[in-house]
Design a protein around this ligand. Structure first.
Ligand SMILES: NC(=O)c1ccc[n+]([C@@H]2O[C@H](COP(=O)([O-])OP(=O)(O)OC[C@H]3O[C@@H](n4cnc5c(N)ncnc54)[C@H](OP(=O)(O)O)[C@@H]3O)[C@@H](O)[C@H]2O)c1
Length: 316
């Protein structure tokens, strides 16, 4: 099908992009082709994508010319940045700028920018409710993404601003899952009080993004928010207890205690949870389960995700 529209996917070997690549390749209608972008076209993960039928092209968000080449001839692109690789909001901004520029150069018809709220609109830098980090941010890994929206707006590229949710996969890969304490109790520790945390299976982000590409112009220029389910810490602990067959309790700590845990990014994440707690109605209101399901009918709830993944959650 030579005239099939191709979507270039940044982060194709990762969580968000990988979900999108698989969604495109798994579509029985084969409506779109996919170009998987990676820094190493010969890695095991890249080879797996080739086996599934993806075109694999090398590109690096640090290298504008490589992105121009990777986006060339495509219909659209999924653009995401990788904060936890470098912990630098400035790098995220530079990478977003490069992707917007490459998208413009390739005259793309539809870009999805994976973004998050600029929390400084709710908590200005002089607001002492949470500490200012790196001199210019409240939640560095959120704020730069939100700030970067304007780079896509200003470039005039037809863009959908996709607000994602906390991955439940963080319970497996990001050290955020329930842990056994010295007292032998298994606890899920968050500074969320009794407020709801919108979460989702990471792979569902790509599936929802594919739904947006299929809808085409309807969501261009719009901000949308996706989630699989919104649950309190207590509700998550109850679901975990049911799935794991072990008692899991919710350990609600104050944000300042979470910020002091000392792992890299603890202060950023402490501020993030505090923002989600203190602005629950805005943050949850910007993400809709029903809308997400309209894009991705197989959208997983937390219990669906647990049924598939409970064996991978390390409890130590
Ligand atoms: N964890 C959460 O709950 C959550 C929720 C919402 C949003 N986010 C955001 O999601 C973003 C990360 O997305 P993800 O989870 O999909 O990433 P991921 O699974 O960690 O994947 C990282 C991918 O990025 C690619 N990559 C790294 N540096 C690159 C570069 N310089 N140029 C091109 N590709 C590069 C790597 O591909 P190769 O090695 O193949 O090049 C790798 O496959 C972060 O910015 C984070 O803030 C996370």
């Amino acid at each position: 099908m030579p005239d099939r529209k191709t979507i270039a996917v940044v982060g194709a070997t990762g969580a968000q992009g990988g979900g999108l690549v698989r969604a495109i390749l798994g579509d029985p209608d084969k409506e779109f082709g996919v170009r998987a972008i990676t820094r190493d076209a010969n890695s095991d993960k890249a080879n797996q994508l080739k086996k599934l039928g993806a075109e694999v092209v090398e590109g690096d968000v640090d290298n504008l010319e490589s992105l121009k080449n990777a986006f060339k001839g495509c219909y659209g692109a999924y653009c995401v940045t990788f904060y936890w690789e470098h912990f630098s909001p400035e790098k995220e901004l530079a990478h977003a700028k490069a992707m917007a520029e490459a998208a413009k150069d390739a005259n793309l018809q539809h870009v999805i920018w994976s973004t998050l709220e600029d929390t400084r609109k709710w908590v200005p830098l002089d607001d002492d409710r949470m500490p200012t980090l790196m001199e210019k941010y409240k939640v560095p890994h959120f704020d730069a993404k939100g700030e970067a929206n304007k780079l896509f707006e200003q470039s005039g590229i037809p863009t959908t601003y996709l607000h994602t949710s906390f991955y439940w996969d963080n319970f497996i890969y990001f050290g955020m899952g329930p842990k056994k304490g010295d007292d032998g109790k298994i606890a899920l520790t968050f500074p969320m009080g009794d407020k709801k945390l919108p979460g989702m299976a990471a792979e569902d982000i790509g599936k929802c993004a594919y739904g947006l590409f299929k809808k085409g112009p309807e969501f261009i220029g719009k901000s949308v928010g996706i989630t699989g389910e919104k649950l309190t810490g207590k509700q998550m602990a109850a679901e975990l207890s049911k799935a794991l067959g072990k008692d899991v309790v919710y350990n609600n700590v104050p944000p300042e205690v979470y910020r002091s845990f000392g792992f890299p990014g603890a202060d950023d994440l402490g501020n993030m949870f505090q923002f989600k707690r203190d602005f629950e109605s805005d943050f949850c209101g910007a993400r809709s389960v029903e809308f997400s399901r309209s894009l991705n009918p197989g959208l997983q709830s937390f219990s669906d995700w647990l049924a598939k993944n409970k064996g991978k959650i390390p409890l130590e």
